[in-house]
Write a protein that binds this ligand. Structure first.
Ligand SMILES: Nc1ncnc2c1ncn2[C@@H]1O[C@H](COP(=O)(O)OP(=O)(O)OP(=O)(O)O)[C@@H](O)[C@H]1O
Length: 314
């Protein structure tokens, strides 16, 4: 469905890589997770897929394919963005237009995609609001985003993203701004829509425990590089190979056991500059580093980028 080959995004006029040598493939109907600490490049990757990055970020090289067609020009990206591939963002209230009603925003979007009249678009809008489980949809069309809760606005965002009947939905931290109960409801809604509509979903989150529950595969990113592609079952069974994935998993608090302190990965994420052309980007924070890690860049092979992997930690 979606394939990326050797993608490199840099900060213009610097040697800083925001994305370095990314390769991935998302299959039809998959729920594909992308995880990593803040600043690991998850959102830039999503925006690059949609052709949305702007100066000072620049795509230096790499290929992006949607259903075997390479997306090269602005026209190619315009044809799929918001149509074949939709996106929902972290903060729904900020993503909606505050001075337009939910109805105005939905109806305009539907008219644009379906080339239909106002009356038909209104009917579709009401159905979409029902689909995302918003009560009294006719009434809600008259509401402004500030009249609704964060969870309701995220449902409206999902309705907007479905208006074009997309095949792929990119959800970038869609529940981070919501309380846990609302988070669960929104995730269950996305899972239901995925089944009903056969959607392919790319779900971006820094919450590995959430991804472990809902996704089929998870791509672990660090400082703009892919570290490991792990299946949900391998992650759950502790069959982790990369020390960074292990450290990320260890950072998730265990609610079953009271802990003296919460684990966090020592050090901070570094900029992926020229000095890492010949070194593993994670070596300074890695407790399994060897000399080779400081002198040579590991290649992403067999879903792993590491010279000294763990086989299993359980
Ligand atoms: N427009 C921009 N100009 C300059 N640097 C940028 C820009 N957008 C992103 N970056 C940098 O790119 C890196 C990756 O950012 P990105 O937002 O993709 O991280 P992320 O993994 O999505 O983090 P978070 O979980 O906090 O959203 C960061 O170092 C960020 O500062």
């Amino acid at each position: 469905m979606l394939k990326i080959e050797n993608l490199n995004v840099q900060l213009e006029k610097t040697d800083i890589h925001i994305l370095r040598d990314i390769n991935l493939q998302v299959n039809k109907g998959e729920l594909f997770g992308i995880a990593g600490e803040s600043g690991s490049g998850k959102s830039v990757l999503a925006k690059t897929i949609l052709g949305l990055i702007k100066y000072p970020l620049i795509k230096k090289s790499g290929k992006i394919f949607f259903k075997d067609k390479e997306l090269k020009s602005d026209k190619d990206f315009n044809e799929i963005r918001g149509k074949k591939i939709s996106m929902i963002f972290q903060n729904p209230t900020a993503s909606l237009n505050p001075v337009l009603t939910i109805g105005e925003q939905l109806i305009e979007t539907i008219k644009l995609h379906k080339k239909c009249d106002e009356k038909t678009a209104r009917k579709i809008a009401i159905n979409l609001l029902r689909k995302v489980e918003i009560d009294f949809p006719e009434e809600r069309l008259k509401s402004y985003p500030f009249n609704l809760s964060g969870g309701m606005n995220q449902r409206v965002m999902i309705a907007l993203s479905l208006a074009s009947d997309p095949e792929v939905l990119i959800a970038d931290e869609p529940t981070t701004a919501l309380d846990v109960t609302t988070q669960t409801k929104i995730i269950n809604l996305l899972l239901k829509l995925k089944e009903e509509k056969g959607l392919t979903i790319i779900f971006i989150s820094h919450d590995l425990s959430l991804l472990e529950m809902i996704t089929d595969k998870i791509l672990i990113m660090y400082a703009g590089e892919t570290m490991e592609l792990i299946t949900k079952s391998d992650l759950q069974d502790g069959k982790i190979k990369h020390p960074y994935t292990y450290a990320l998993k260890k950072s998730v608090p265990d609610i079953e056991h009271k802990e003296e302190y919460l684990y966090s990965i020592p050090g901070t994420i570094e900029q992926n500059s020229k000095s890492y052309d010949n070194a593993c980007i994670f070596y300074k924070r890695c407790d399994r580093k060897r000399e080779i890690c400081t002198k040579q860049k590991p290649q992403f092979k067999n879903n792993l980028k590491c010279f000294n992997p763990l086989i299993s930690y359980c």
